[in-house]
Design a protein around this ligand. Structure first.
Ligand code: ADP
Length: 472
C-alpha cells in the first residue's frame, strides 16, 4: 500500500480559507478510497472551531531547532473516516487571529515545514511520498533534498509539490535563509530568485515532481502572462511538471444531503431546485419573478475578474437578472459592491464576509454562476455550482477551460456558458447568452441536467495522482 503524507496549510473541514482547503480535505479521502494510506498534516490553528478539535488525541511533544530558535512542537491526531490527520501545535505560531498575512509568515511556515519532516520517525509513519502544497510547505522538498535525505530512514522519501496558485510564491528577504530557515549560504542558489528568497522556486527545483491543479494551467504558467515571473524556472523543469485537474468533495457538496439548503434535491428530483431559489430570495429580501438569479462566490481580488464585472455592472443589471455576491477581499471591490447594493436594492445583494453555509444556499438557489477570472489555476466554484445544477458562466482560462463545456443547443451537449478573451464586452456577451438560455426553458433544462451529470468527483484525478506517485 502506498504511503502518502499530504502537508498543507489548510484542510477542510478543520480550516478552509480557499480552494487549497477543499483540495486537502477531499483528495486524501479519495486517495484512501483508491487504496493508498494517505495521511494529512496541518497546523493546529486557534481558529479551527473548538468542536472540531476537542477530541484530538495528543501523541507527543518535543523541541524543534530552526536556525537559533528552539521551539515547542506538539503533535495531536484524529482519524476521520479512513484518513489520519496530524496536527502540529505551537501556540506562539498558530494562536493567531488569521491563518495568513502575519508579519512572521515565513518563520511560522518554516517551523511547520521542519516539524513535518521531524515528525515522521516519531509517529512511525515514513511515507513513500511527501506531498507539499503551495509556498507555505514549499520548504519541505527543499529541506528533504538538502538535509533530511541524508538522514537514516529518509533516503527513499520522494516529494511532490503542487502549485495551487503561482501568484503566491513565498518571497522573502534573503537574510531569512540563515536566520530563519537555518540553511547555510551554499543553499542560496536553490532558493534565490530575482532579488529575494523564493520558496516556490526552491520547491520547483527540488521536488521529484511538480503538479498544477489543472491541465491547462500547467501549460499557461510557461507564459509570462500567467507565470508571475517563474516561466524560465518552469520551462527548464518541464520534464517533471504535469497538470491534474481538481475534483470536489461530492459528499460535502451534495444537494441531496446538504443540511444547509432549504430543500434537498438530486439529479432525479432536480425540478425541486426552484424551492431553494425561492428560499434564497426570501432570505435576501429580493422580489420574486421569472428572472434569472446570477451568483458569484469568491475572494474579492483582481484574480477573480471583478474589474470586468465592475465595468459592466450597469449592463448586467440591464439584462433584468438579479444578482447575489458573497465574498471578502480587497476594500475597493467590497466598497464598490456595497455601493451597488444601494443603487439596485431590488436586484442586487452583496454579502461581504465568509460564510460556508450561505455559500451552499447560493449554489443551490442560483440559476447562473459567474466566474470571470483573469486566471484560474483550477477553480472549484464552477464544479460546485454544476453539482447543484447551477450553470457556470466563465472565462475559459485554466481549470475553467478544462471543466466547463459551452452548451450547444444544436447538439444538446455542454454544461455552461463561456467567453474566450479577458474582455468586459466578451463577458457581457456571455452573460446575455446565459440569460437568453435561461428563458429558453427546454435548452436550459438540458444544460442544467448536463451540469448535474458532469463528473466533478476526485475519482479520476485521484487515480492520476496515484499513477504519478508510482512513477516517481
Ligand atoms: P480560490 O482557491 O482561488 O479562492 P477556488 O474556486 O479554488 O478559489 O475555491 C474557493 C472555495 O472557497 C470554494 O469552496 C468557495 O465556495 C469558497 N469560498 C470563497 N469565498 C467564500 C465566501 N466568501 N464564503 C464562503 N465560501 C467561500
Amino acid at each position: 500500500m502506498k504511503k502518502i503524507l499530504f502537508a498543507a496549510s489548510e484542510a477542510a473541514p478543520f480550516i478552509k480559507v480557499g480552494g487549497l482547503g477543499d483540495v486537502a480535505g477531499a483528495l486524501p479521502k479519495a486517495l484512501c478510497e483508491a487504496g493508498a494510506d494517505c495521511r494529512v498534516i496541518l497546523p493546529l490553528y486557534s481558529s479551527i472551531p473548538w468542536e472540531k478539535r476537542e477530541d484530538l488525541t495528543p501523541l507527543m511533544h518535543f523541541d524543534i531547532r530552526n536556525a537559533w530558535r528552539e521551539q515547542y512542537c506538539g503533535v495531536l491526531t484524529k482519524k476521520v473516516g479512513k484518513v489520519t490527520y496530524y496536527f502540529i501545535d505551537n501556540e506562539y505560531y498558530f494562536n493567531r487571529y488569521r491563518v495568513y498575512g502575519e508579519a512572521d509568515d515565513a518563520e511560522r511556515f518554516a517551523f511547520f515545514s521542519r516539524a513535518v519532516l521531524e515528525v515522521l520517525p516519531r509517529v512511525g509513519f515514513i511515507p513513500d511520498v511527501l506531498h507539499a502544497n503551495d509556498w507555505h510547505t514549499a520548504l519541505i522538498p527543499v529541506l528533504q533534498d538538502c538535509e533530511y535525505c541524508h538522514r537514516e530512514g529518509y533516503g527513499n522519501i520522494k516529494t511532490v509539490f503542487t502549485i495551487h496558485n503561482i501568484e503566491f510564491q513565498g518571497k522573502f528577504d534573503p537574510y531569512i535563509l540563515g536566520s530563519v530557515f537555518g540553511l547555510d549560504e551554499s543553499k542560496k542558489p536553490m532558493l534565490f530568485y530575482g532579488d529575494c528568497i523564493n520558496l516556490m522556486k526552491g520547491a520547483i527545483e527540488t521536488a521529484h515532481a511538480v503538479t498544477t491543479v489543472s491541465e491547462s494551467y500547467a501549460g499557461e504558467i510557461l507564459d509570462p502572462y500567467f507565470s508571475c515571473g517563474l516561466h524560465h524556472i518552469l520551462a527548464a523543469r518541464q520534464f517533471k511538471v504535469c497538470g491534474i485537474t481538481n475534483g470536489i468533495d461530492t459528499d460535502v457538496f451534495d444537494p441531496a444531503t446538504d443540511k444547509n439548503i432549504a430543500t434537498n434535491y438530486s439529479y432525479e428530483t432536480r425540478s425541486q431546485k426552484f424551492r431553494n431559489k425561492k428560499a434564497l430570495r426570501a432570505e435576501m429580501n429580493l422580489p420574486a419573478g421569472d428572472m434569472p438569479l446570477l451568483a458569484l462566490v469568491g475572494r474579492l481580488t483582481h484574480q477573480k475578474g471583478l474589474d470586468l464585472l465592475r465595468m459592466e455592472f450597469e449592463n448586467v443589471m440591464a439584462t433584468g437578472a438579479q444578482m447575489i455576491l458573497l465574498g471578502t477581499g480587497d476594500a475597493e471591490y467590497e466598497e464598490f459592491f456595497r455601493e451597488m447594493q444601494g443603487r439596485y436594492p431590488d436586484a442586487f445583494r452583496a454579502i461581504i464576509g465568509f460564510d460556508a453555509a450561505l455559500a451552499q444556499r447560493i449554489y443551490a438557489g442560483a440559476d447562473l454562476f459567474l466566474i470571470p477570472s483573469k486566471f484560474e489555476p483550477c477553480g472549484l466554484t464552477q464544479m460546485i455550482s454544476m453539482r447543484y445544477g447551477t450553470l457556470p458562466v466563465v472565462h475559459a482560462v485554466g481549470g475553467l477551460r478544462d471543466t466547463v463545456i459551452p452548451y450547444d443547443p444544436t447538439t444538446g451537449k455542454g454544461n455552461g456558458v463561456n467567453f474566450l478573451t479577458y474582455d468586459s464586452g466578451d463577458m457581457m456577451d456571455a452573460i446575455r447568452r446565459a440569460v437568453k438560455l435561461y428563458y429558453d426553458k427546454p435548452n436550459y433544462a438540458k444544460a442544467k441536467a448536463n451540469a448535474m451529470r458532469t463528473d466533478v468527483s476526485w475519482k479520476q484525478s485521484a487515480g492520476k495522482y496515484l499513477a504519478l506517485y508510482e512513477r516517481i
